[in-house]
Design a protein around this ligand. Structure first.
Ligand code: GLU
Length: 500
């Protein structure tokens, strides 16, 4: 055992509450969660809601619901308690909008040490500047106009309460290095970094200041986030250095891509976790799928439970290249999980989906053996919202199909009616105890032989009469599930249809 206390592993997921949890966000949260759990550390949820123009009502609740559904339990920060959001932990508040004074304090500190400055430039001046830079094909950035204002000038403007922001005084022409957990060692020069705003004119901090202050004060050891934040990292490192704080570890996860390699976007498909939930993906499957977007164990294993992921996940083995979000793979994975779950849980999950598809059907007052239908479905579907597409004949009281569909190949309406009558007569006399798949099959096959018929001449109209479809599970199985009463009724209706 080491004599030294190992630094505590603390990771965080720090979403902005935009209304839903993006699948990319789910992956960030998952990797942060897996790493923390593996190292017996803590997984923290912080809400980055300093952009008041983007605040969405109910967004935090939605986020938490999605995380809870996915099985990612938050140890600290914003948590769900009795269906409501609450705070847990000694580094709160965990919502940035409640920490404004803290950010002010550090901005003031940076002003005092000469590492930040007030900027009074008007939006119109900045707009003109940007326009000129664009015209000259230069990078658009602040030109440092207020960087060297005299103290008197500044005090004068402060006294008259002129609108202002606080900017970082980025050191000139310094080379800095940092190591990213995925990209390795990266070098940057401060001359490429803008004097970024730290405190906006409304007194709110920018993302840069708020996230650095919070990551430090909340003791975050590993910042795991999407690659889109990589370009912000040099700015963050400068802030850590300016505040004389230790720089945490950074891990930037590869982009998620559509199969055509474009950036995963709403336009090409669903991106919200709740959309996947609504379509009947299981949380275990979605988590398993998302875990493999950017990481793999280096073996053939494809199915992992959350516990296995905690054990096998390796932060040092994350890919650099973008990960393709392949829906076909997700469907396959989901079907694997659906097959494995116990019938009772499957029934529980299936009912709301079936009820939605068949609003008229009374699932509480069971007219049909639901368990048997579900057993047929469980091995065939890849999403719960596909339930009932091929078995709707069980749930609909009346079937709609063209009468001609009942007629087998070269057969005729009259012959089909005759065969349906034969079948009805046989089944009317079938004792209740013989109404099993095997016995039904035996009796009907006997009937076929005794009347010199082909299988198609009898089984085809039987299938169509019972299901209204050309393709279905085997007709004996359907008859067994429908039971004598509904089977006979459907045979009679079919017979009548052909007579009309
Ligand atoms: N609030 C940022 C987001 O919405 C978090 C970026 C980070 O993790 O630093 O994704």
């Amino acid at each position: 055992m080491s004599l030294f206390k190992q630094p505590k592993i603390r990771t965080r997921f720090a979403p902005s509450p935009t209304g839903y949890l993006h699948v990319g966000g789910l992956r960030t949260a998952l990797y942060s969660y897996l790493f923390a759990k593996q190292k017996k550390g803590k997984f923290i949820l912080r809400i980055e809601d300093t952009d008041q123009t983007r605040a969405v009502y109910g967004a935090v609740e939605n986020l938490l619901q999605a995380l809870t559904w996915a099985g990612l339990t938050v140890d600290e920060g914003i948590i769900e308690k009795n269906g409501k959001t609450a705070e847990k932990g000694r580094f709160g508040p965990y919502k940035q909008s409640k920490r404004l004074k803290i950010y002010q304090k550090y901005a003031q500190k940076l002003l005092k040490t000469g590492q930040a400055y007030y900027c009074f430039c008007s939006p119109s001046r900045l707009e003109t500047l940007r326009h000129q830079q664009e015209q000259a094909k230069q990078p658009t950035r602040y030109d440092g106009h207020c960087r060297h204002s005299s103290e008197e000038e500044i005090n004068q403007k402060l006294k008259t309460n002129q609108p202002r922001v606080i900017r970082m005084k980025v050191p000139e022409n310094q080379t800095l290095e940092f190591t990213d957990g995925v990209r390795g060692q990266l070098t940057f020069n401060t001359k490429d970094i803008d004097d970024q705003i730290l405190i906006k004119s409304d007194g709110y901090p920018t993302y840069h200041l708020a996230s650095v202050v919070d990551d430090h004060l909340m003791g975050i050891s590993h910042i795991i986030r999407g690659e889109e934040w990589l370009s912000s990292t040099p700015k963050h490192i400068l802030l850590y250095l300016a505040l004389a704080w230790p720089v945490p570890n950074f891990v930037h996860l590869p982009l998620l891509l559509n199969p055509d390699k474009s950036k995963l976007s709403k336009r090409q498909g669903d991106v919200a976790v709740e959309d996947y939930r609504r379509q009947g993906y299981l949380p275990e499957a979605l988590i398993n799928f998302v875990a493999l977007l950017g990481w793999n164990p280096g073996t053939d294993q494809e199915l992992f439970s959350l516990a296995e992921l905690i054990e096998k996940f390796n932060l040092n083995k994350i890919n650099k290249s973008g990960a393709i979000f392949d829906l076909k793979k997700l469907d396959w994975m989901n079907s694997q999980y659906l097959k494995k779950i116990a019938p009772a849980r499957f029934a529980e999950l299936a009912k709301p989906f079936l009820q939605k598809r068949f609003p008229q059907f009374d699932f509480n007052n069971q007219q049909i053996p639901l368990a048997e239908i579900l057993a047929l479905e469980q091995t065939r579907i890849s999403r719960l919202d596909q339930l009932g597409t091929e078995t709707e004949f069980f749930f609909n009281a009346e079937l709609t199909y063209p009468p001609e569909l009942l007629i087998w190949k070269k057969s005729s309406a009259a012959a089909t009616r005759k065969n349906l009558t034969l079948l009805t007569e046989r089944l009317v006399n079938c004792p209740e105890t013989d109404w099993t798949i095997a016995k039904l099959e035996e009796q009907i096959k006997q009937l076929i032989t005794a009347n010199n018929l082909t299988n198609g001449e009898l089984l085809w109209p039987m299938r169509v009469a019972l299901t209204g479809q050309a393709k279905s599970p085997p007709p004996f199985e359907v008859a067994m599930i429908l039971g004598p009463e509904r089977t006979l009724k459907r045979l009679t209706i079919a017979n009548k249809k052909l007579a009309e």
